[in-house]
Write a protein that binds this ligand. Structure first.
Ligand code: H2P
Length: 809
């Protein structure tokens, strides 16, 4: 799909005239953006059609990745890169007096996700297409996506993120593919004259689900897959049943926001409805598609794989059963065997939030027929297991117990594969969290360590370093991330190390300018850029980072002559709207930032920057400029992490606990090229077993720590006494759930080591190079290939060129 400059310019100007009747000089940046977006879409649309037809004609098995979150960020630059157009377009626009970067900034982030879970889904979409694998995404087209974060007086304030307000060029509404989804009402089995039973769902609320499809363009291979996101509407023939604004609003609300407030019953119910909505719409459309194309549902498992990304889409299991049994009149046993073969499930965290549980009453009222099917699955499970194993195990693994429906149990029992997302996490699932299930189904458990789309996190985000890599090791790494390893040949090459330093500096200076523009804070761009970017959560321990900064501040105040390795601490994080404690941490970080950044005596030695509204686009700006990657969760709690991989790829040195994929990063780079500290997972579990952690003892026995903790409540940090007390209490009164005090001294020592290492620039640069060179193993391309081979059993389709040759399309 290459294009010459001349042809591009001609097409671009024609499109501008066609769309707006404007010349380049007259057009606003927004006009230019939509013109370019329209042209891009029109260009890949042909391959999109070819890809779809190829999947239909070759009858290759396809995977459908069901996820309540997708976090693609901006699409324009990624599409240009993957089409092979990026350089030509950039140069052509320059000829026309347009800076591509200005146009790219117009695009709102497609932020239909929260953190790692949704971003992983989007990296996978990119990689699945880039590997030419037949794969589709299935999710919800949230009108507002994740909230827009503002800081007002240091507090997080959530504003609606109106990403669709000016339309979305990438999506195609497909009215002809709409399906209906039923909620509420009453379900029962009616006995017919011949004695057979038929399921009846009386008085349901009927909602029309409309798909909006977005092309997922593969990397220079002509494959364009589909991300299908569902919107809810009132069906025309049902309008009479939706007379009040209130009733209409309920339907609108279904796809309004990601994660409705779950601190109240109405919010939780809405969330459950959202889950059934996209599960039912997606599953129905898959089966309809395969039926329409003449497939036999009796061996649907040879054509379809459905992936349940975390427990949110776990109702795929009963919905698939409902369609096969109720609508297609298949017998239960056959349908169940097929369901298990079709479904697979990924667990993304051992925290309770991932193991969703719904009260029986709520599930029954939201979808009574689905509840009946779950009950039947549960009944058969208990029946099948009785007598073969301990009753205790059955009690702990069954789907419905004590009035609660356990969605993870449903996903495991109803699928052939359960995987964790890093080695340690998968081991914990097998040995601890899901151990009972592992005893029942050992062969279903496996590990798939997460990966990242190196295209976005290096080629798009870091052109400076990308060019240096091209000059040093050639361009093959752009296609095959493992070729980054070629860089190892230069680990002692002073010229390359120097060029690496220069590239990092360019990125740091750029970020410093951005920081000044956004926050007014002027940072020293020769300081260590120390970065922690991820959801704000107690287990991720932004608090540990905060306490260390307080320590540095107190040290400098105590001894004004003290010199430290200058640092800029950079944070990016959103707290869930009802997560009070996380918001308190944000407030205290912001107040400390205010204090330190305005303290003349501190000068350039210390700065804190908490950038608002952390997002994929913001991450693309921060990551290339990072020196230090903070991966400091309590060991065992971070399933994998993926910012650790992105930062490593961009040459940051990881400062980490032995948690999640940090362990695999350590294995990849070796102990000398990472800074490890803190409790191990085994030590954490030993504390749990012996119940002998006493946070107070750490406070009591360390003068240094005491000073730091007291600073939270003694007025040192202004305007945050309430929040300071809350955090203080979490540590001392409630015994510090995430062992922050236990790891503090170790963390301080590790940070001192970082400062020391940084002072020897040559050594630091070599470490940085070794990190970049070894980041290839975390390519999502490889991760999806493993999913494809081991779990989904799908193969890359014919190349579009082969298809073109055969079909003369
Ligand atoms: C979660 C886990 C991460 C993991 C990611 C993708 C839920 O993301 O906590 O450890 O890497 O899924 O598997 P996050 O915390 O960023 O929302």
């Amino acid at each position: 799909m290459t294009i010459s400059k001349e042809l591009f310019k001609e097409k671009f100007m024609d499109m501008l005239t066609e769309k707006y009747a404007l010349s380049v000089e007259e057009a606003s940046p927004y006009d230019l953006y939509t013109t370019l977006a329209t042209l891009i879409r029109a260009t890949y649309a042909k391959d999109w059609g070819i890809t779809r037809r190829a999947y239909n004609t070759t009858h290759e098995k396809q995977v459908y990745y069901f996820s309540i979150e997708f976090l693609p960020g901006r699409m324009m630059k990624s599409n240009l890169l993957n089409m092979g157009w990026l350089d030509t377009v950039e140069a052509s626009l320059k000829d026309l007096g347009i800076d591509l970067e200005d146009i790219l900034e117009i695009e709102p982030d497609m932020a239909l996700g929260n953190g790692g879970l949704g971003r992983l889904a989007s990296c996978f979409m990119d990689s699945i297409a880039s590997e030419g694998l037949p794969g589709n995404g299935n999710g919800i087209r949230y009108k507002y996506g994740l909230f827009k974060q503002k800081f007002i007086d240091g507090y997080q304030v959530e504003l609606p993120n109106e990403w669709l307000s000016r339309g979305n060029t990438w999506e195609v509404r497909r009215d002809s593919k709409a399906v209906t989804v039923k909620f509420n009402g009453h379900a029962y089995l009616k006995e017919l004259e011949d004695g057979s039973l038929v399921p009846i769902h009386e008085n349901p609320t009927v909602v029309r689900a409309i798909p909006y499809d977005t092309g997922m363009v593969g990397y220079q291979n002509g494959t364009v897959n589909t991300l299908r996101l569902w919107d809810a509407e009132i069906p025309l023939e049902e309008e009479i049943n939706y007379r009040s604004i209130q009733q209409r609003r309920e339907i609108e609300d279904l796809t309004s926001v990601l994660y409705p407030d779950d601190s109240n019953e109405a919010g939780r119910r809405l969330r459950l409805m959202q889950e059934y909505f996209f599960v039912s719409a997606g599953t129905q459309s898959i089966i309809r598609h395969f039926k329409a194309n003449g497939y036999n549902l009796n061996n649907i498992d040879e054509y379809v794989a459905i992936h349940i990304n975390d427990t949110h889409p776990a109702m795929c299991v009963p919905e698939f059963m409902r369609i096969l049994v109720d609508e297609e009149q298949m017998n239960w046993e056959r349908a169940w065997a097929l369901t298990i073969k079709v479904m697979s499930y990924t667990n993304h965290t051992i925290l309770a939030e991932a193991l969703e549980k719904w009260p029986v009453e709520m599930l029954r009222s939201v979808q009574p027929r689905i509840y009946q099917i779950i009950e039947e699955i549960d009944r058969r499970f208990v029946e099948q297991m009785t007598g073969t194993i301990d009753w205790g195990i059955i009690e702990r693994t069954r789907i419905i117990s004590n009035g609660i429906v356990h969605m993870a149990h449903l996903a495991i029992i109803g699928s052939h594969s359960t995987n964790g997302v890093a080695k340690l996490h998968s081991d914990l699932l097998k040995n601890v969290v899901l151990h009972d299930f592992y005893r029942l189904y050992p062969s279903r458990f496996n590990n798939k360590t997460n990966g990242i789309a190196e295209r976005r996190w290096m080629q798009l985000a870091n052109p400076t370093l990308s060019h240096l890599l091209d000059e040093t090791i050639g361009t093959s790494w752009r296609f095959e991330a493992s070729d980054l390893y070629l860089l190892m040949n230069y680990k002692d090459d002073k010229k390359v190390l120097h060029a690496l330093a220069k590239a990092k500096q360019v990125n740091k200076t750029r970020l410093a300018k951005f920081i000044e523009k956004e926050t007014g804070v002027i940072v020293n761009d020769h300081a260590i850029f120390d970065v922690q970017i991820k959801r704000l959560h107690a287990y991720k321990r932004q608090l540990l980072n905060l306490l260390h900064i307080i320590k540095l501040y107190l040290d400098l105040k105590e001894d004004p002559k003290k010199k430290i390795q200058p640092r800029v601490f950079i944070f990016g994080a959103k707290a869930a709207p009802s997560y009070h404690y996380a918001k308190a941490i944000i407030k205290v970080i912001n107040e400390l930032a205010n204090l330190i950044n305005n303290d003349e005596s501190i000068k350039d030695q210390l700065k804190i920057v908490f950038l608002e509204n952390y997002s994929v686009s913001l991450a693309e700006k921060i990551i290339p400029a990072a020196d230090v990657s903070e991966q400091i969760s309590l060991a065992s709690k971070e399933a994998s992490g993926t910012s650790n991989m992105k930062l490593m790829l961009n040459g940051a040195i990881t400062l980490a606990t032995l948690d999640g994929a940090n362990i695999e990063i350590r294995d990849a780079v070796g102990d000398d090229n990472i800074v490890i500290f803190g409790l191990t997972e085994a030590e954490v579990y030993a504390y749990y077993e012996q119940a002998n952690y006493r946070a107070f003892e750490y406070y009591e026995s360390s003068v240094e720590l005491r000073k730091v903790i007291d600073a939270l409540i003694d007025g040192t940090i202004p305007n945050s006494s309430q929040e300071g007390i809350e955090i203080y209490d979490s540590l001392l009164k409630y015994n510090d759930e995430f062992f922050v005090l236990r790891d503090f001294a170790d963390y301080v020592a590790a940070q001192e080591k970082v400062a020391h290492l940084y002072s020897d620039q040559e050594k630091w640069l070599k470490m940085s190079l070794i990190n970049i060179a070894n980041a290839g193993r975390f390519s999502a391309d490889d991760t999806v290939k493993k999913y494809a081979e081991d779990i989904w059993r799908i193969k890359p389709n014919k190349t579009p060129q082969q298809v073109k040759d055969e079909t003369h399309d």
